[in-house]
Design a protein around this ligand. Structure first.
Ligand code: PXP
Length: 239
């Protein structure tokens, strides 16, 4: 059965907007686990725009399912990962100016850096996943690094403007899943997945873990708004 890894980065985005202590991604992670998420994913970015080092340290102690740390293959991040020891690290490309992760790793171009990073993390007992586009050459290169699994970047599928291009992207993902499984890599998927596009993707089969953040946090805000407003109205009326 495929698992959901809940990405709580955007709980921290809302917190950082005010620089305070709420909403707390640690509380969100606990609620997510109670609701059935079988993993918690966070991206500790170089610029610390949402998740902070302290969140990672506390989540390491409180997550009961599986902690998946998304990070760039830098010396600083490897040092942090080896100290905190999440169950899994997903290596992602990172650009300072981007709004969110914009594409998969170029494993072919950065083979040496990624292979060395995979080895250091695996020697530290951490499962390593590589975030790659559904591109056969990149998946073959990912396999050569010694990584345990890949996370297929589903951004192009999620952003496809019409059914034909969506079909094309689905086919590329399906081919990628089959190739990865054939060479013995585990297969995760993520980026831009929502309550509409998850259905056709999940129907392909072969994906073990979906890492989903923005759409779930966005929906939580809307489905939770009715209750939150009612609670405040009550306090004002009956003070
Ligand atoms: N997987 C990876 C590697 C990511 O970088 C992200 C975004 O942080 C996600 C999954 C989650 O994407 P989204 O927030 O669009 O669901």
């Amino acid at each position: 059965m495929a698992k959901l890894g809940l990405n709580v980065d955007h709980i921290a985005t809302v917190r950082q907007a005010r620089g305070g202590i709420q909403p707390d991604p640690v509380t969100a992670a606990a609620l997510g686990e109670l609701a059935g998420a079988e993993g918690i994913t966070i991206h500790l970015r170089e610029d610390r725009r949402h998740i902070q080092d302290r969140d990672l340290e506390i989540l390491r102690r409180t997550v009961k399912s599986k902690l998946n740390l998304e990070m760039a293959a830098t010396q600083e991040m490897v040092r942090i990962a080896l100290k905190v020891k999440p169950e899994q690290v997903t290596l992602v490309p990172e650009k300072r100016q981007e709004l969110t992760t914009e594409g998969g790793l170029d494993v072919i171009l950065n083979a040496k850096l990624i292979t060395d990073t995979v080895k250091r993390l695996r020697d530290g007992g951490i499962v390593v996943s590589l975030f790659v586009d559904p591109n056969q050459e990149q998946i073959k290169a990912a396999n050569k690094t010694g990584a345990d699994c890949i996370e297929i970047h589903t951004g192009a599928y999620a952003e496809a403007g019409d059914w034909n291009s969506q079909e094309r992207e689905l086919e590329a993902i399906d081919t990628g899943i089959k190739l990865a499984r054939k060479v013995g890599l585990g297969v995760n998927a993520g980026h831009g997945l929502n309550y509409v596009n998850i259905k056709a993707l999940a129907a392909l089969g072969g994906i073990e873990e979906y890492n989903i953040g923005h759409s779930i946090i966005a929906r939580a805000m809307l489905v939770g708004l009715d209750r939150a407003v009612k609670d405040m109205v009550e306090l004002i009326k009956y003070a």
